[in-house]
Design a protein around this ligand. Structure first.
Ligand code: CP
Ligand code: NVA
Length: 332
C-alpha cells in the first residue's frame, strides 16, 4: 500500500514550507474547478483506496467533507465511531494503528489529546490526517487560507484578526504563520492564551508578524479578515457558563466590523453560536465568507488526500502546471 513514496502524515504544517502550501492551494483550485466542470468525472486518483475515519468528538463539516471527498476521488471511507473503538481504553493506540495499517490506506482522526494522534501516526505505516485535536485543526486553517487565496485576497501583509479563545483553531493559524508570511493578531482574554510552544516556534519565521493582544476592538482596526470560533470548544462544556462571561466582549458584531478595513471579510470555522461569538447580522451579512470556507474544506482535503495517497499524480499535476506557466511566459 502507498509504496510509491515515503509515508507522510498531515498532523500540522511543520513538515511543509511556503512553496508546498501554495502547491496544495493550486492543486485545490484544480480539484475544485474540475468538480464544477465535470459532473460525472472519471478523475479517480485514489481509486480503490480505503480510509478509516475515527471520530472521538462530534463533527458535521469534517466528517461529511472527508466522506464525500474520498468517495469522489474513487476511494471508500469508513466512519468508525470513536466510542466503539475505544482508543487507549478498549485497545492501545499502537495496536489500532498497526491493525488499521493492514486493512486501510489512510486514517483520518479527530481525537482529544494531540499526543495520541502523534502516537497513531508513529505506529501506523499509512498516512494519518489530523481532523482536529485539542491542540490544532490544520485541515480547517488550510481551507481558510485557501479561501482567501482563491479570492485573490492573500498577500504577505494580510491582517488576519482572530477574536476569541486561544484554542485549537487559533493555534493552527499561528502554526501557519510560522510557514506562510502574513500578519496574524489573536485578541484573547489574558487567561486564554494559545499554545506557547507553537507560538514560539512560529515566531522564528521572521517574515510573519504574530501579535497576541487583549483588546478586541483595538485589534480589529484595519483588519482584512475578522475570524472567530466558539468560546467553548468540544470537551470544555463544563466551563461554558463561565466562558460566556469571560468572552462577553470578544464578539464579532457590526460595531467591530466598522473598525476593520471597509473591504474586510468575516470568517468562522463553524459550528457557530449566533449571538455569542458572532451576531447573526454579521454572519449572514455581505462581508461573510463563512460558507465558502466551509465548502472549501471538501476541495482542500481532497487535495491533501491525493498528495498523501497518490503522490505520483500530485507530482504530475505540478510538473504540468509548471510547464504550462513556462509556456505562457514564453508566449507572452
Ligand atoms: N469546522 C469543523 O471542523 O466543523 P465540524 O466540527 O462540524 O467538523
Ligand atoms: N474550537 C472548536 C472547533 C470546532 C470546529 C472545537 O474544538 O470545538
Amino acid at each position: 500500500m502507498n509504496n510509491s513514496h515515503k509515508k507522510r502524515d498531515f498532523l500540522g504544517f511543520s513538515h511543509l514550507d511556503a512553496g508546498k502550501i501554495i502547491e496544495l492551494f493550486d492543486f485545490s483550485l484544480f480539484i475544485k474547478k474540475q468538480r464544477r466542470e465535470i459532473s460525472d468525472t472519471d478523475y479517480k486518483p485514489v481509486n480503490g483506496k480505503t480510509v478509516a475515519m475515527i471520530f472521538n468528538k462530534p463533527s458535521l463539516r469534517t466528517r461529511v467533507s472527508f466522506e464525500i471527498g474520498i468517495h469522489e476521488l474513487g476511494g471508500y471511507a469508513m466512519n468508525l465511531d470513536g466510542r466503539s473503538i475505544g482508543v487507549n481504553s478498549r485497545e492501545a493506540v499502537e495496536d489500532i494503528a498497526q491493525l488499521l495499517s493492514r486493512y486501510n490506506d489512510a486514517i483520518v482522526a479527530r481525537l482529544h489529546d494531540h499526543h495520541v494522534i502523534e502516537a497513531l501516526a508513529e505506529h501506523a505505516s499509512i498516512p494519518v490526517i489530523n481532523a482536529l485535536t485539542d491542540l490544532s485543526h490544520p485541515c480547517q486553517i488550510l481551507a481558510d487560507a485557501f479561501t482567501l487565496y482563491e479570492k485573490g485576497l492573500w498577500h504577505d501583509n494580510i491582517k488576519v484578526v482572530f477574536v476569541g479563545d486561544g484554542n485549537n483553531v487559533a493555534n493552527s493559524w499561528i502554526e501557519l504563520a510560522g510557514i506562510l508570511p502574513f500578519h496574524f493578531v489573536l485578541a484573547c482574554p489574558e487567561d486564554h492564551l494559545p499554545d506557547m510552544d507553537l507560538l514560539n516556534n512560529a515566531r522564528k519565521n521572521a517574515s510573519s508578524t504574530i501579535e497576541i493582544v487583549h483588546d478586541p476592538m483595538e485589534a480589529a482596526e484595519g483588519a482584512d479578515v475578522l475570524y472567530t470560533d466558539v468560546w467553548t470548544s468540544m470537551g470544555q462544556e463544563e466551563e461554558a457558563e463561565k466562558r460566556l462571561e469571560t468572552f462577553r466582549n470578544y464578539q464579532i458584531n457590526s460595531g467591530m466590523l466598522r473598525k476593520a478595513s471597509p473591504s474586510a471579510v468575516v470568517m468562522h470555522c463553524m459550528p457557530a453560536h449566533r449571538g455569542q461569538e458572532i451576531t447573526a447580522e454579521v454572519m449572514d451579512g455581505p462581508q461573510s465568507i463563512i460558507l465558502d470556507e466551509a465548502e472549501n474544506r471538501l476541495h482542500v482535503q481532497k487535495a491533501v488526500l491525493v498528495k498523501l495517497l497518490n503522490h505520483d499524480e500530485y507530482r504530475k499535476f505540478h510538473l504540468t502546471h509548471r510547464l504550462q506557466n513556462v509556456a505562457r511566459k514564453l508566449n507572452s
